[in-house]
Write a protein that binds this ligand. Structure first.
Ligand SMILES: *[C@@H]1O[C@H](CO)[C@@H](O)[C@H](O)[C@H]1NC(C)=O
Ligand SMILES: *[C@@H]1O[C@H](CO)[C@@H](O)[C@H](O)[C@H]1NC(C)=O
Ligand SMILES: *[C@@H]1O[C@H](CO)[C@@H](O)[C@H](O)[C@H]1NC(C)=O
Ligand SMILES: *[C@@H]1O[C@H](CO)[C@@H](O)[C@H](O)[C@H]1NC(C)=O
Ligand SMILES: [Ca+2]
Length: 389
């Protein structure tokens, strides 16, 4: 209305001030694609993941092995001690590893169990100073004190990647509990080794499913094979940084592709997603990789990106606050520097519908209390932000 008025005034060559301005202010309108951003806490050291406690405080992981406890009202950041020593290459934008995900057990209110993933230092020390590591998942009991800190106690590793590897790439290591029961999904990256993603005797390059204590559920697709094969839920996975269920119970995953070919996959029990035999991207040295459509026996991504978005986190939004986003995938993008919103249609189709720019590499995304969306920025000095419509 103001725009029309001033435009009319300009056209007529009149000063706006000669007109009475309506007393009722016009409410600012925010399209769903430009959410309000508020800063919850600042200055994390390469944060990677976060999880909400029932009292709305927030656990945040920092790559060097620090687990922080954030008071969302004051922004204060306490320390949670008891995280085992992690393998971390130091502050770099592109180095991977260190402390990774943090997730509460579905029955946290009874058992206070918190699950973390991290790169565990290896035992092979040649060459000297090399990073030799494997991804692991551990759980411990969270004991909080009255001064904004606490400790993880009786920490036990419940799962390990089957090989320790020289280098700090492609750990994956996101953790997701099935909402209604105590099974646990772990994304296990290929550690830049390619072929293990197709090997049934390696748990690299796989989606893993376990009970909450690390034992293997008897209804896993390859349970009767035993060993690490029994842990496998899906294979042919590259560098998976996000996993979530939708409200129909379908399991979705995102993974970083090579040069081109980031993927949004519908994960099905026992299926093979083709890495490294097929990909819609190419190797970094330019060597082509056959596209997904050349090998229909491998499940193709529902959405893929070239140029890449560098997907680093995923939720399927289930809240009511962002009315039009329910059931959408929200993907944290490092390269995309914001959120990528994907709409899922029916059983078999999905498409990107918009990008929400946030001006920084975004490492993680979670739905918080009341349906607000929280994101965490990558890198030294990363901030935890809250988005509302
Ligand atoms: C991580 O780095 C921060 C900042 O230098 C330091 O305060 C903290 O103690 C470090 N954590 C670990 C586990 O080394
Ligand atoms: C609370 O826990 C933190 C982290 O373990 C510790 O630094 C702090 O001293 C503890 N406070 C009290 C009062 O025990
Ligand atoms: C537990 O999760 C698995 C995998 O999604 C499912 O097959 C099973 O029915 C679930 N059980 C319950 C009780 O929800
Ligand atoms: C989607 O899949 C479900 C379960 O397999 C099936 O019952 C339903 O008919 C499918 N819907 C469409 C639109 O294909
Ligand atoms: Ca694939």
């Amino acid at each position: 209305m103001m725009m029309q008025l001033s435009t009319a005034c300009a056209l007529l060559g009149l000063a706006t001030s000669v007109f009475a301005i309506p007393a009722t202010p016009v409410a600012p309108r925010h399209s769903p694609s430009s959410p309000q951003t508020s800063v919850i806490a600042v200055d994390f050291l390469q944060p990677w993941a976060f999880a909400f406690l029932p009292d709305n405080r927030i656990l945040v992981t920092e790559r060097n092995g620090s687990l922080r406890l954030v008071n969302p009202v004051t922004g204060a950041k306490g320390h949670i001690t008891g995280v085992p020593t992690v393998s971390w290459a130091g502050v770099t934008i592109f180095g991977q590893g260190g402390l990774g995900d943090v997730v509460l057990h579905p029955k946290y209110h009874q058992n206070k169990l918190v699950y973390i993933s991290y790169a565990e230092p290896g035992t092979n020390t040649l060459p000297p100073d090399a990073v030799v590591a494997r991804a692991v998942v551990a759980r411990g009991k969270l004991v909080l004190n009255n001064s904004g800190g606490g400790s993880l106690q009786n920490v036990q590793v419940i799962w390990r990647q089957s090989e320790e590897i020289l280098g700090d790439g492609h750990f994956g290591h996101r953790i997701l509990f099935h909402g209604r029961n105590d099974t646990l999904f772990i994304t296990s990256g290929d550690r830049q080794q390619f072929d293990p993603a197709q090997s049934p005797t390696s748990n690299l390059g796989k989606i893993i499913r376990l009970h909450d204590d690390g034992s293997v559920p008897s209804d896993n697709p390859f349970f009767s094979s035993g060993g690490v094969t029994a842990q496998i839920w899906a294979s042919g996975i590259r560098n998976p940084y996000g996993i979530d269920f939708d409200q129909q119970g379908r399991l979705w995953e995102i993974e970083m592709g090579p040069f081109g070919g980031d993927e949004f996959n519908l994960i099905q029990k026992g299926a093979n997603y083709g890495w490294p035999i097929v990909s819609n991207g190419d190797h970094y040295d330019g060597t082509p990789i056959p596209n997904h459509d050349t090998r229909p026996e491998f499940n193709a991504p529902k959405v893929w990106w070239a140029p890449v978005i560098s997907p680093a986190g995923l939720i399927i939004y289930k809240g009511k606050l962002f009315k039009h986003w329910k059931g959408n995938a929200l993907i944290a993008g490092l390269g995309a520097q914001g959120l990528v919103r994907v709409q899922i249609y029916g059983n078999n189709t999905a498409a990107e519908v918009e990008r929400i720019p946030l001006g920084q590499r975004i490492r993680g995304v979670r739905e918080g209390p009341g349906g607000a969306i929280y994101v965490i920025e990558d890198g030294p000095g990363g901030r935890l932000l809250k988005l509302t419509p």
